[in-house]
Write a new protein. Structure first.
Length: 320
């Protein structure tokens, strides 16, 4: 298990309604690990929850990490704790950066689409592309100007000529029309999207309907999946390395059951987003519930995220 990094909150400020940004510096003065656009860190919040936050550093920001946190009224403790309990000068423990949402440097053109707090990885991407002199456009949809994070940076800074903003409370202004936007894209364009699930699903389904290849559609979810419920089935899991067989009830996840039997699967988000728990499937059919694997990876039934995904067949054999 990778060691945690102690950081100090050098600055905390309000970026928009219910959105606070934090500048995190090394607590001991040691250099922080490098991070590319699209990367995120695990933050151990004062409430005890571990949450993933994308880094939103601009290309010329070095020596610290910048994150932004949306205060979620449905929070289970993470975002509220970050808003209410974290103060300037305080200490936090974080992981080294991970990147499951990297930029493709060979793209002829990049379309960056963000909804709400999904701007956090996207603004870092836009800044990196601008610094390289690459061709790109940023489309950012929010409920209102008051709820638009980094508004001044996007309207008055170097990114402004590349950025189009769309506010739900301003019907007289232009709206984000996905079909013509993607239809007009030059060949070999890559699209990146981050935001609420319904918003992202609309972008992804529109690109697929226009026959964009999967390797040109990039996305990162930040909302979890539902926990197992009454419609879930029981199944058995064979742990191949020991031969042990465990039963997974409808209300349980594979991670929970394995932990109860002394087999610890590395986890982080517990919602099928980050990919930390990815596990090889040796036998059986998987009911995928994650937001991490590609459609091709899911169809192969050779790997799964046991924090949320389950068995379609009565039995799974896992490389555990």
């Amino acid at each position: 298990m990778n060691p945690l990094i102690a950081v100090r909150v050098a600055r905390k400020r309000i970026e928009a309604a219910d959105i606070a940004s934090l500048i995190l510096e090394s607590a001991d003065g040691a250099p922080l690990p490098p991070a590319g656009p699209g990367a995120h860190i695990d933050v151990h919040t004062p409430s005890g929850c571990v949450r993933q936050y994308s880094l939103c550093n601009l290309a010329d920001e070095h020596g610290h990490y910048r994150i932004a946190v949306l205060r979620d009224s449905a929070s289970r403790g993470g975002s509220i704790s970050m808003h209410d309990d974290v103060l300037e000068g305080g200490k936090l423990s974080i992981s080294a950066p991970k990147n499951h949402f990297p930029l493709r440097e060979d793209a002829r053109h990049s379309i960056l689409i963000a909804g709400g707090i999904g701007i956090t990885p996207v603004i870092a991407m836009a800044s990196a592309l601008h610094a390289r002199g690459a061709s790109f456009a940023l489309h950012y949809r929010t409920r209102s100007a008051a709820r638009t994070a980094f508004l001044r940076e996007l309207t008055h800074g170097a990114l402004a000529p590349h950025c189009a903003l769309y506010h739900d409370d301003a019907p007289a202004l232009r709206k984000l029309e996905l079909m013509p936007l993607l239809e007009a894209a030059p060949p070999d364009t890559h699209v990146y999207v981050c935001g609420p699930k319904g918003f992202m699903d609309a972008v992804i389904s529109t690109a697929r309907a226009q026959h964009w290849s999967e390797d040109r559609i990039h996305f990162e979810y930040f909302a979890g999946v539902a926990t197992p419920g009454a419609n879930a089935n029981s199944f058995e899991v064979v742990l191949a390395k020991s031969g042990q067989v465990v039963q997974v009830a409808p209300s349980q996840t594979i991670v929970e059951v394995c932990s109860a039997h002394g087999v610890a699967i590395p986890t982080s988000c517990l919602h099928g987003i980050c990919g930390t728990c990815i596990t090889r499937v040796l036998e059986g059919e998987v009911e995928h519930k994650d937001f991490y694997l590609t459609p091709q990876e899911r169809a192969s039934h050779t790997q799964m995220l046991p924090c949320c995904s389950r068995a379609k067949s009565h039995r799974l054999v896992l490389d555990l």
